[in-house]
Design a protein around this ligand. Structure first.
Ligand SMILES: Cc1cc2nc3c(=O)[nH]c(=O)nc-3n(C[C@H](O)[C@H](O)[C@H](O)COP(=O)(O)OP(=O)(O)OC[C@H]3O[C@@H](n4cnc5c(N)ncnc54)[C@H](O)[C@@H]3O)c2cc1C
Length: 326
């Protein structure tokens, strides 16, 4: 039986899996088709790639900064250069923005390249037996001595409620949704913009995928994020009216960048139900040695990749200090 089953291949799942794999057998399970969670990239066809989740890595914490530097040196990450503009369309934002060389899940891929992984496996129920966990998906049951969950808080609570301590269970953490649109533009390579923060009626952020210099495409690819208000309004209904909402955002993009909307084509629209949390908990991670259950994720500490990484490191320290008996 595997020592640690890690649910989720986002930054926190990849980080804790990497740390534990140095001493234990580890397996990662994810409901998605590939690695990365909220860092994943969407590839439609060759050279049509959008980072529809995390936009770039930045750091305020010196340990995470050191880790990012190491990955930059190893050519896993690279600087996203060019013109990153603020709301005024004039002022350049100067802090460093790192991105994956091929996609923003490169960091996750690097961390878990040698670890066993199962995708397209949604865990719908967990049961704690005397010495092991049973993880139930629609088609099979997986056994593991110890269990680590790395889902956003609402999903963690849904699956683990009956095993969590009362104070933890009672936390009220609302995670904010985000709608992301992926658009291509005929031509447009002369627009000297890498990213812009905007104050649109619908849109708050625009990123130019071509400016990441990962591929050559005659068309310009734009990843467009809706603002919080619009995302909240449509998160539960956008799938039924995807053309209507895509068009609203597309028209606003055309207006903001002063381009002809006849040159634009929508490739996809994605809804992140739990994009980030505005709330900081009094925990950095959760470890219950008695039932061999650990939890980590960005939402413990903040809203960014950095926080997911720090939460996984905090959990690792707790497990090392208080290892399970098995
Ligand atoms: C649109 C968007 C833009 C962002 N931009 C930035 C940015 O520029 N910079 C930055 O630092 N951060 C950004 N973030 C935040 C960053 O992406 C997250 O902080 C980080 O990726 C969280 O990692 P995580 O491992 O904690 O969670 P996740 O990445 O959410 O990982 C959880 C994993 O669990 C899996 N899962 C969930 N339920 C189940 C289940 N029942 N069974 C099996 N698997 C399951 C999911 O598929 C997922 O892979 C952005 C997020 C979004 C959504």
């Amino acid at each position: 039986m595997i020592d640690y089953c890690i649910l989720g291949s986002g930054i926190s799942g990849s980080t804790i899996a990497n740390l534990l794999s140095k001493s234990y057998s580890v397996e990662i399970i994810d409901k998605a088709r590939g690695i990365g969670g909220r860092c994943s990239s969407k590839k439609f066809i060759k050279n049509l790639n959008f980072d529809h989740g995390l936009q770039y890595f930045s750091s305020k914490n010196y340990k995470f900064a050191r880790f990012l530097k190491k990955l930059e040196k190893n050519k896993i990450l690279k600087e996203w250069s060019g013109y990153h503009l603020d709301f005024t369309f004039k002022k350049k934002i100067s802090y460093s923005k790192l991105i994956g060389k091929k996609g923003n899940n490169d960091l996750n891929k690097f961390l878990i390249s040698k670890i066993r992984k199962k995708f397209s496996t949604e865990i719908i129920k967990i049961t704690n037996q005397k010495n092991y966990w049973e993880l139930h998906s629609k088609f099979k049951t997986i056994r593991s001595k110890n269990l680590i969950i790395t889902f956003p808080f609402p999903q963690t609570k849904k699956i683990a409620k009956s095993y969590l301590k009362k104070n933890f269970n009672n936390m009220k953490i609302n995670m904010v949704p985000n709608i992301t649109l992926m658009i291509s533009q005929k031509g447009g390579n002369d627009i000297p913009i890498s990213s812009i923060k905007v104050k649109g009626k619908y849109i708050s952020w625009i990123a130019n995928e071509n400016s990441k210099k990962r591929f050559f495409n005659k068309r310009t690819l734009w990843t467009v994020q809706a603002n919080e208000k619009f995302s909240k309004n449509i998160i539960n209904t956008f799938k039924k009216k995807r053309n209507y909402f895509s068009n609203l955002m597309m028209r606003e993009l055309a207006q903001l960048l002063n381009i002809n909307n006849k040159n634009l084509k929508v490739f996809g629209i994605h809804g992140w139900k739990y994009s980030y949390s505005n709330f900081k908990t009094s925990y950095e991670s959760y470890w219950d040695k008695n039932i061999r259950l650990g939890i980590c994720g960005d939402w413990f500490i903040g809203a960014k990749a950095e926080h997911a990484w720090l939460s996984a490191h905090s959990l690792f320290k707790k497990i090392k200090k208080n290892p399970p008996k098995n």
